[in-house]
Every structure is written in C-alpha cells, then in structure tokens.
Design a protein around this ligand. Structure first.
Ligand code: DX5
Ligand code: ZN
Length: 217
C-alpha cells in the first residue's frame, strides 16, 4: 500500500502544530515539510526551527519528510537532522556534489532523498541509486502549492520503477505537486510509493476520506 505525506505548506502557519496533529489523526503516514529559500524557488517558508518545534510537539513517532528547496542544501543537512527530520530530500539541481550530500544525510542517521524537477531526467540518478532511500519526482515546478499536476511525470516514475526492479533496490518513489484522489491512481500504478498532497487534502470536506483515497484504499 502506498503512503500519503500531507504537505504542511497548505496549513495555517500560525497553527502548524494543530494542523499537523489533525492530519495525523486523519491518518496521514508522513508529514511533508517544504523548506524554501526564495532563491532556488521564488517562495520563502521556514527553516530548521520549525522542524525542531514540530518534533518537540509531535513526539518521536511523527515521520517528518523534509523537502529542501534551497540552494546548496549541504550547508544545512546537519542542522535539519539535529532538528529532528526523519528524511531529508535535496534537489539534484541545487547541489553540485550530489553523492556526497546524500551520503552526508545518511551519516547523520537520517533517510536520504533526491528530488528532480519536472524537466530533469532520471538518468542523473544512475550513479546515486545506492545512496538514496527515496527519489522525489516533482509533478509541478516547485515553489507553490495548489498548482496543476504535470501528467508526463508518470512516464519518469515508470522508468525509475523499472530501474529499481533491475537493480533489486527498494527505495521509495515519491511524487509531489497537484496530487489528488482523482489522479493518484495513475502515479500508484506507475510505481509511486509515497504521494505528497497539500491543497487537495486540506480543502477536502472529509480529510480522512481524501487521505484514504490518495493512498488507494
Ligand atoms: C511545491 C511543494 C509541494 C506542495 C504540494 O513546491 O513542494 O510539496 O506543497 O502541494 P499541492 O498538493 O497543493 O500541490
Ligand atoms: Zn514538497
């Protein structure tokens, strides 16, 4: 069964803990935390302090899926790990020494993820598969919630899934951007194991039902 990682980008930032708790009560598997620096992406959100406070208030069982949309993320890996991230995902486009950065995340005892923008080829992953616990395929250009999903990315997910099987590996494949109950099946069928959803879940009249629908229950 696929997992759902509800994006806190759609939460009320003045009530982050309450919204995160509500999403956990409604059955989300992971909490997706979008860190934006105003440079790699046009938007600015929050930094390690938010992760520290979420960890403090949510306890050890919450899975904090931290998506770094920042330039040179290697500068902040240790700080986000110490703050309580469960997984740290960096963009291939934002770090020059990708293999080193992924290894540095693992060295902190945290799961390592690599994210690809919609226009970035999966070929770039060939030499880092052995140090990745998760591959994140962006289904929108990163920066904002509530954008329209790009269906062509399902093709990339299928290629990565095929390579995962050929290599006998078990890393997660996550999609992020515009995911809803209506389009989640297409990505699950392509091999996605974690589906990020922000707007569609937060705006749903029945949040628990939306989460179950995206998960494919
Ligand atoms: C976009 C973020 C996403 C976003 C997804 O740059 O990385 O995680 O919050 O939100 P929705 O589901 O609203 O597209
Ligand atoms: Zn994200």
């Amino acid at each position: 069964m696929a997992k759902v990682s509800v994006s806190l980008l759609s939460a009320d930032f003045t009530r982050m803990v309450e919204d995160a708790k509500r999403m956990m009560e409604c059955g989300t598997d992971w909490l997706h935390c979008d860190v934006m620096d105003g440079s790699f992406v046009p938007n600015i959100t929050f930094g390690p302090q938010m992760i520290r406070d979420l960890r403090k208030n949510l306890g050890p069982d919450a899975f904090l899926d931290v998506h770094l949309m920042i330039e040179k993320p290697e500068r902040y890996v240790e700080e986000f790990a110490a703050a309580g991230a469960s997984l740290i995902c960096v963009h291939q486009e934002a770090t020059v020494h990708l293999q080193r950065t992924l290894q540095a995340i693992r060295n902190c005892g945290v799961k390592a993820g690599v994210a690809l923008n919609p226009a970035t080829s999966e070929m770039t992953l060939e030499y880092v598969y052995d140090v990745a616990d998760l591959v994140l395929c962006m289904t929108v250009n990163p920066g904002f919630g509530g954008q329209k999903m790009l269906p062509i990315v399902a093709k990339k997910v299928r290629k990565i899934d095929k390579r995962r099987k050929e290599l006998g590996l078990s890393f997660d494949i996550e999609v992020d951007g515009g995911v809803s109950t209506e389009n989640a099946k297409m990505f699950r069928d392509a091999g996605t194991t974690v589906l990020v959803s922000g707007n569609s879940v937060f705006k749903a009249p029945d949040v628990a039902l939306a989460i179950r629908g995206i998960r494919g229950e």
